[in-house]
Design a protein around this ligand. Structure first.
Ligand code: GLU
Ligand code: MG
Length: 431
C-alpha cells in the first residue's frame, strides 16, 4: 500500500512524502526532511530563512495519527500518517508544529495540573453541486450534500473520528462538519485528518472542497472554531463553576484571560493568510476584538453552554475560540492557544469580564474601559505583533519566529502586486 507520511506545516498544508510497500497504521513510517521545507508557502514560494541548503531531519509518522484515505474510480486507497519532525539525534526540530504542540500541552499540564479537551469545527466550500440560492440550512441543501457527507462520515469513523454534525451552512456552497471532543493532541490530529478526508472524498464525488478563509471581500467566511474545556487527570470536568464569571472555574478564568491578553500576538498564527483579515471584521459573526462573550457569535472567545439547569453542565461546559481559519496548521493554533492559557495561569490573571455590547459601535475610550482591543486588521500588522512579542519568542523560540516571519513575508509578496480577485482565487485554489 502507498502511504503518505506528513506534517501540517507552517502554511497549514499537509506536506510530506509517499512511502511504498507497508501499511500505514501498524508501524511507524519515517522519511527524510529538510529545515528549509518550513519556508515553503501556500503558493510554493520559499521565504528567506536561516537554513539554506543545510540540515537533515526525520519526519517520523505516529501510528496513533494515521488513517486510510478511501479510493475511488481511478484512484487507489492510500494511507496517511501524521508525525513529528526531529533532528537525527532525536531532538525535536524547532519548527515542527506537532512537537511544538506537545511542548505546549506539557507546559499547561505542568502549570495547572489539568488536561485540555478540544474539538475543531470546520466551515468550508463544496464546489460543483451546481445548486442555486435558497439552500442555507434547508433539507434540500442537506440532501444535495448527503452523498458526499455520508461518505465523509464513514471515512471519519474509519479514521477513529466521531462525526457529529453535517450542516449546510449559510454561505453559497458552504458546509460545516463537527466532531466529538478529544484530548488536545488528538483533536489537532483529527482536524488535520478531517481536512484531507474532506478534500479527497469530495474529489471522489466529482466535487471540490476548499477551506479558504473567504472567497471575496464581503462574502461569508469559512471559520474554524476551536472548542476547549478542562479535565482533571482522573477525567472529571474542571472548567465550570456556577459562581464564576460566565460559569468559568478559577483555572479556566485565568486561562481565558491569558488567551485574550495574548490574542493579538498570536493572531498571525491563528488566521495566517492575507485574506484572513477581511473575515475578521465586525458584524460578520467571526470576531474582531479580543473579548469574551456569552451567546455572542461576534466574540473572539464565546462561552458555549450556560444552561444552569442542565445536569451535565460541568462536563458540557466549554468555550470556543473564533478568530481562527483553516489556512493555519491545527498544531500551531492549538500550541499558541495552550501557551497563552498557560501564561494566564502562570501570571495569575483574574478572570475576564464578558462584554455585552456591539463593540464596533464603541469608541476607543469605551473599548479601553472594557479592556478590549481591536484585533490586527491585516496580516502584516498581525505579523508585526507576533515578531515584537517577547512572550511568544519565549514560548516558541527566536528561530521559529524568524522562520515564520520569513515564510509569511514571502506569501505576502506573492499576492502584493496582483488584483484582489486573483488573490482570492489563488487562496481558494491553494486551500
Ligand atoms: N462563518 C462564520 C465565521 O466566519 C461563523 C458562523 C457561525 O457562527 O457558525 O466564523
Ligand atoms: Mg458555523
Amino acid at each position: 500500500m502507498l502511504s503518505f507520511v506528513a506534517t501540517s506545516d507552517l502554511a497549514g498544508k499537509l506536506r510530506g512524502k509517499g512511502v511504498y510497500g507497508r501499511s500505514a497504521r501498524s508501524e511507524s513510517l519515517s522519511v527524510g526532511w529538510v529545515p528549509t521545507n518550513s519556508l515553503i508557502t501556500c503558493f510554493d514560494t520559499i521565504g528567506e530563512g536561516p537554513y539554506g541548503s543545510f540540515g537533515d531531519l526525520v519526519l517520523a509518522g505516529d501510528p496513533e495519527a494515521a488513517c486510510r484515505v478511501p479510493g475511488g474510480p481511478g484512484m487507489p486507497e492510500t494511507g496517511l500518517m501524521l508525525g513529528d519532525i526531529s533532528y537525527l539525534d532525536g531532538r525535536p526540530f524547532e519548527c515542527c508544529p506537532r512537537s511544538m504542540l506537545k511542548a505546549a500541552i506539557a507546559r499547561l499540564q505542568q502549570v495547572s495540573g489539568l488536561d485540555v479537551i478540544a474539538a475543531f469545527e470546520h466551515e468550508f466550500l463544496i464546489e460543483g453541486l451546481n445548486r442555486g440560492p435558497g439552500d442555507s440550512f434547508t433539507h434540500a441543501g442537506f440532501c444535495a450534500l448527503a452523498p458526499f457527507g455520508a461518505d465523509l462520515g464513514g471515512a471519519m469513523e474509519a479514521a477513529g473520528i466521531v462525526p457529529e454534525l453535517l450542516i449546510r451552512e449559510f454561505g453559497p456552497d458552504q458546509a460545516e462538519v463537527t466532531m466529538s471532543p478529544k484530548p488536545a493532541l488528538r483533536a489537532a490530529d483529527e482536524a488535520v485528518l478531517l481536512r484531507a478526508l474532506t478534500q479527497t472524498v469530495a474529489q471522489r464525488h466529482g466535487l471540490r472542497a476548499s477551506f479558504t478563509p473567504l472567497v471575496a471581500p464581503g462574502a461569508v467566511g469559512n471559520g474554524v472554531h476551536v472548542h476547549l474545556s478542562l479535565r482533571h487527570p482522573d477525567g472529571t470536568p474542571a472548567s465550570y463553576d456556577a459562581n464564576g464569571p460566565g460559569g468559568l472555574s478559577a483555572p479556566a478564568g485565568a486561562m481565558v484571560a491569558g488567551l485574550l491578553r495574548h490574542l493579538l500576538e498570536i493572531q498571525a498564527l491563528l488566521a495566517p493568510s492575507v485574506i484572513s483579515y477581511a473575515r475578521l471584521v465586525p458584524n460578520r459573526w467571526s470576531s474582531a476584538f479580543n473579548n469574551l462573550g456569552i451567546r455572542d457569535r461576534e466574540a473572539a472567545v464565546r462561552i458555549c453552554s450556560v444552561d444552569a439547569t442542565d445536569p451535565e453542565i460541568a462536563s458540557r461546559f466549554n468555550w470556543e475560540v473564533r478568530p481562527v481559519d483553516a489556512a493555519a496548521s491545527p498544531y500551531l493554533v492549538m500550541a499558541a492557544l495552550l501557551h497563552a492559557m498557560a501564561q494566564g495561569v502562570e501570571d495569575g490573571f483574574p478572570p475576564p469580564v464578558p462584554t455585552n455590547a456591539d463593540l464596533s459601535e464603541l469608541d476607543s475610550a469605551r473599548l479601553a474601559a472594557l479592556g478590549v482591543e481591536r484585533l490586527p486588521d491585516s496580516l502584516p500588522a498581525a505579523l508585526g505583533r507576533l515578531s515584537r512579542s517577547d512572550t511568544v519568542a519565549k514560548w516558541f523560540g527566536d528561530t521559529f519566529v524568524t522562520v515564520y516571519r520569513g515564510h509569511k513575508v514571502s506569501e505576502i509578496a506573492h499576492v502584493d502586486e496582483i488584483s484582489e480577485d486573483d488573490m482570492f482565487a489563488l487562496y481558494r485554489a491553494s486551500y
